[in-house]
Design a protein. Structure first.
Length: 462
């Protein structure tokens, strides 16, 4: 017996339209999921739910007793039939086709794709049209954030409309029909548009940055081509952002040769096991889109394992109030059951704002955070050998450590929801150095671009 893989047959689309001025037949195409391995047939039934009658159209092949049969050769990868409108009617009658049977190498495909509805446009069909007085409004000029400009307007009218016109303004712009009540969207009833109607527009910038802003006002209605009005203005009056000077900005710029980090920089001091297996400087740094310390200098590598291993720290201006953000680039190649390898310390050497990592048991990486002791892990997992922007925040008021893992482009503002939060354990009274820690167990990491600041924006360097 010949063994074949059957070919599933469906319609290529659920809807087709025969326009009122189309003289030739419209192909109704079928999809074959792979070429037929054996010749066969497909039977298409004209369903009783059709609103068109048999005098208003013809098909090729011709239907017999309401069925169209398509003969398909072996190797066929396409199939179709045509429907031709008689153009002897008004309205929009429909013809509903259903694939009901197959033979040979063809079988019925997905149930949801075995029905197609053809709409035939009648002689009274007209294409709806929206007309606007302009395509671009004059520039609104300079407007302070939070204020609104004087209004400008354009006129809009419509013919053969089948529904109201929806007017939508892009960000930083507002629209109105009466020049009094303004909103992002409005609806114009069809009866209003029998004559030109005025649409008022105001510029209402809110980005917080002094900049030129462009936008658009879209005018849409069913079956008509959208009309877009271009708008523009300049936001002003914002106090220019003065970049924060980080408490620490460590880019590991220590030359062209790999070495023990403590040999290259007196700023990094071993607080445990000095002279043992070291934290190592490498010349190739890490990169991350838009991050303020991306691709500058080299990086350091750490490796957990047996024997004594060096732990190091670098001081920064002590912080006792507010918030402290620690941003860094991290790329891990291995992790074990969970351990911390990066943290802040107080003036007694206690570890706070700890960064943990573990394997999820399925070859994925999980980052965690601990304010002082036990770690809190999220459900999110990450990939090994991938660079992430990791930000850990300690809030002296909330007495909590928050972890943010950024795997896209960092934002100017702090994300509303951290990846995970830790609020259990002892609270520090001061934070004054950053520590890189090696321990027993399994963990391999490359660390680069450590930035410590009192704001999110200062930490990520935007």
């Amino acid at each position: 017996m010949e063994l074949i893989i059957p070919t599933r047959v469906t319609f290529s689309s659920k809807t087709f339209i025969v326009e009122k001025d189309r003289a030739e037949g419209l192909p109704i195409t079928l999809t074959l999921d792979h070429p037929l391995e054996k010749a066969g047939t497909v039977t298409i039934h004209i369903d009783e739910s059709s609103s068109a009658d048999g005098t208003q159209y013809t098909t090729s092949p011709e239907a017999t007793s309401g069925d169209i049969v398509l003969n398909l050769d072996k190797g066929a990868d396409t199939a179709s039939f045509t429907i031709t409108s008689a153009h002897n009617f008004d309205g929009n009658p429909t013809v509903v086709f259903k694939i009901i049977a197959t033979t040979g190498g063809a079988i019925l495909g997905d149930l949801n794709s075995r029905t197609a509805t053809v709409t035939m446009r009648g002689n009274d069909w007209f294409i709806p049209e929206i007309t606007a007085s302009v395509t671009t409004l004059d520039d609104f000029g300079s407007v302070n954030k939070g204020a609104q400009s004087a209004s400008k307007f354009y006129t809009i009218s419509g013919t053969h409309l089948r529904g109201p016109v929806a007017v939508t303004a892009s960000d930083n712009f507002l629209v109105s029909l009466n020049d009094t009540q303004y909103s992002k969207t409005l609806t114009i009833p069809t009866d209003v548009l029998s004559a030109p109607a005025k649409v008022y527009v105001k510029f209402a910038p809110s980005t917080g940055q002094n900049q030129a802003i462009t936008g658009s006002i879209s005018n849409t209605t069913p079956d008509a081509q959208n009309v877009i009005i271009s708008v523009s203005g300049t936001e002003s009056g914002n106090v220019p952002y003065v970049p924060e000077v980080p408490l620490l900005n460590e880019n590991f710029e220590y030359g062209n040769e790999s070495n023990f980090l403590t040999r290259l920089s007196p700023d990094w001091v071993a607080y445990s096991a000095p002279g043992s297996i070291p934290v190592t400087y490498i010349t190739q740094g890490l990169t991350f889109p838009l991050y303020g310390s991306s691709g500058i200098g080299g990086a350091v590598t750490i490796e957990h394992g047996d024997f004594s291993r060096e732990d190091i720290a670098r001081v920064f201006t002590p912080q006792t109030t507010g918030t402290v953000y620690v941003a860094s680039l991290m790329k891990l190649s291995a992790a074990g059951t969970g351990d911390f390898f990066f943290s802040l310390r107080d003036n007694s050497g206690g570890f706070f704002n700890r960064l943990y990592a573990k394997d999820d048991g399925n070859g994925k990486l999980v980052f965690g955070v601990g304010k002082n002791s036990s770690a809190q892990y999220p459900t999110a997992t990450y990939n090994y050998n991938t660079t992430y922007l990791v930000v850990i925040k300690y809030d002296f008021t909330a007495k909590a450590s928050s972890l943010y893992i950024v795997d896209g482009v960092p934002t100017v503002t702090e994300p509303a929801t951290p990846t995970v939060v830790s609020s259990t354990g002892t609270n520090p009274t001061t934070l004054n150095d950053v520590a890189i820690r090696q321990n027993t167990g399994v963990l391999s990491a490359t660390i680069d671009g450590i930035r410590i600041a009192t704001t999110w924006r200062g930490a990520v360097g935007l």
